[in-house]
Design a protein around this ligand. Structure first.
Ligand code: SF4
Length: 461
């Protein structure tokens, strides 16, 4: 199969026709993540007051920051919402993924942001409003939102001790991204480790704003993440380090649901995390196939190994409960050059088998789309053309069917940002395909969230 590239509306329409059982929003969003998008000057200006992109972990861009001559990295939104147009699209969020060469461009037409494909209009675009705490700063000038992004995401360790080609996951640009952020001099917090008191204070302020808005402390989801700690960091081993953050975040306020991403851990260790207040664990496996796991994740493979990783994920369902074990997969790595599968069919078969296995055991995987970041090992070493759109669409179809087959619940969505509360995560379509197919008043809920803020989407105290 040839690698196709978008050629205009006929390109996307051909996929709408071929996959008429898949929501069109899912198809378009996958394409936007796959080949990125660009902003005209007018769109950049309009987006300038939105919730700014955090570069919270990886860059999630198809180009380096040094090529962003208009300082796009400090003007683009964390995500944008696509909606309407001739295809009658329901709203879904798309994580901003810059590529100046993309055929998808966001422009402004008669005062309204629009998504264009090769100059032809597809739909409306809107940008997320910043949360109130985005205006706050610590005395040393650190912006609160650089400690916790969009009320949810806390990267407590901005580097990874898996270092270099023999250790680092090959798709990952965490270390390069941290470096480019520092070199840009456009971010207020560049230390690799976030101080616990800073995290506690920002979480308090997020909760206070939300409580003021809705009149009671609502449930709020947070996620803690960071690089691997092989030996020690600030005198702590990996478990002691992450346990301290998890506990401080969980018990620092009311009704918090704490997600934590780390390497896979055995059941006894997971019990310690649960006792410390972790509600949901993400042992991000990145790719299902054993041979590819070993190639893509050399550090994880050597330290934990595929067999242990899978066994411990399954066992951790006993600790956290069904659907509270949510490993991430960097969707598309199955087809990475040079050792990925040669065909879409083989890649689909492998990962679909993995989805079936995991869901059968109550593990609820997530599929964040591979963004082919230029500083990553995979892209530095090999040309990596966009992964076939068919792969993403068919994988999401299989994902949804398997989710139904095993009767898993609809995922927990209590992020404090109203758009993140009612719509799926911007970096993939694993939430969207369930929400769009299963939530009967999806559009009305999204409208309430966008119109009324948190008040519009918190119904149960
Ligand atoms: S464990 Fe892998 S994906 Fe995670 S930060 Fe380290 S190198 Fe990146």
């Amino acid at each position: 199969m040839q690698t196709e590239s978008p050629t205009g509306l006929s390109h996307i329409e051909s996929y709408f026709a071929k996959y008429s059982d898949v929501p069109r929003e899912v198809i378009l969003k996958q394409d936007l993540l796959r080949v990125g998008h660009w902003f005209t000057d007018a769109a950049l200006e309009l987006a300038g007051h939105a919730l700014v992109k955090s570069y919270r972990l990886f860059s999630y861009d198809l180009m380096p920051m040094t090529e962003m001559k208009r300082k796009e990295h400090r003007k683009i939104p964390e995500w944008f919402t696509i909606r309407g147009g001739d295809y009658g699209l329901r709203p879904v969020t798309v994580q901003t993924t810059l590529d100046s060469k993309s055929p998808y461009v966001i422009d402004v037409v008669e005062g309204q942001a629009k998504l264009l494909l090769k100059g032809r209009e597809i739909c409306n675009v809107s940008f997320p409003k910043p949360l109130k705490y985005y205006a706050r700063k610590f005395e040393d000038g650190t912006a609160y939102h650089e400690i916790i992004a969009y009320g949810y995401f806390v990267t407590v360790f901005r580097n990874c001790q898996y270092w270099g080609p023999d250790e680092e996951c090959r798709f990952c640009d965490i270390n390069i991204n941290a470096r480019q952020m520092k070199e840009s001099k456009d971010f207020t917090f560049n230390a690799p480790v976030k101080p616990v008191p800073y995290m506690v204070e920002v979480a308090r302020s997020i909760e206070e704003d939300a409580t003021e808005e809705v009149g009671f402390p609502p449930t709020i989801d947070f996620i803690i993440t960071g690089g691997t700690i092989l030996k020690t960091l600030h005198g702590k081993d990996e478990d002691s380090f992450y346990l301290e953050y998890a506990s401080a975040l969980k018990w620092g306020g009311h009704r918090r649901y704490v997600n934590l991403q780390t390497n896979a851990k055995d059941k006894e260790t997971m019990k310690r995390y649960r006792a410390a207040g972790v509600d949901c664990h993400h042992a991000n496996m990145e790719v299902w196939d054993k041979r590819l796991f070993e190639w893509i994740n050399p550090g994880k493979s050597r330290r934990v190994g595929w067999e242990n990783w899978v066994k411990w994920m399954v066992e951790s369902v006993d600790v956290f409960g069904e659907a509270n074990v949510r490993p991430n997969f960097v969707c598309g790595l199955e087809l990475a050059k040079p050792y990925g599968y040669p065909t879409v069919a083989e890649a689909l078969k492998s990962t679909s088998e993995g989805i079936d296995f995991m869901m059968r055991h109550g593990v609820f995987p997530r599929f964040n789309q591979w963004r082919r970041e230029p500083g990553s090992n995979l892209v530095l070493r090999n040309e990596q053309p966009p992964v076939h759109l068919e792969f993403y669409i068919e994988l999401m179809r299989n994902y949804y069917e398997t989710w139904k087959k095993y009767g898993l619940p609809v995922a927990h969505h209590n992020s404090v940002h109203p758009e993140a509360r009612v719509m799926g995560r911007g970096h993939g379509t694993y939430d969207d395909i369930i929400l769009l197919n299963e939530v009967p008043d999806y559009e009305a809920r999204a409208d309430r969230g966008m119109r009324e803020g948190l008040k519009g989407c918190v119904t149960n105290p």
